[in-house]
Design a protein around this ligand. Structure first.
Ligand code: AMP
Ligand code: ZN
Length: 112
């Protein structure tokens, strides 16, 4: 499959991993939008959060959020932001589910 994050998970494209286990991988974002900007993704291919929900893989979804939350807690000063851009209107550019973990600065709202 021609998927950037599948290739990263397979080690075919280099990345800066910050966490890995059997089902979840976390890497540094190549274009960080905050002092901490990590992408947490399942090792298996799911295009977006809707597809993972459809797959009804509750344990994987829970584990993904558990890892994202742990990294946010560890890297954040007084909070952090988790983002899942989904689909064209959601601003998703890589169609392999990932959670952005943003931390280390004060975030504003609403996002653009
Ligand atoms: P999204 O727009 O929500 O799909 O997020 C995709 C993210 O992947 C963006 O924040 C990009 O900066 C990031 N990105 C793209 N290519 C790479 C790469 N090779 N390694 C790490 N992060 C990447
Ligand atoms: Zn993929």
């Amino acid at each position: 499959m021609d998927c950037l994050f599948c290739k990263i998970a397979a080690g075919e494209i280099p990345s800066k991993p910050v966490y890995r286990d059997q089902t979840v991988l976390a890497i540094e974002d190549i274009n960080p939008q905050a002092p901490t900007h990590i992408l947490v993704m399942p090792v298996t291919h799911h295009a977006n959060i809707g597809e993972l929900s459809d797959a009804a893989d509750g344990p994987l979804l829970a584990h993904l959020m558990e890892v994202a939350t742990k990294l946010g807690r560890e890297r954040g000063r007084d909070g952090y932001r988790l983002v899942m851009n989904t689909g064209e209107d959601g601003g998703q550019t890589v169609d392999h589910l990932h959670v952005h973990v943003l931390a280390g600065r004060h975030m504003t709202w609403p996002p653009g």
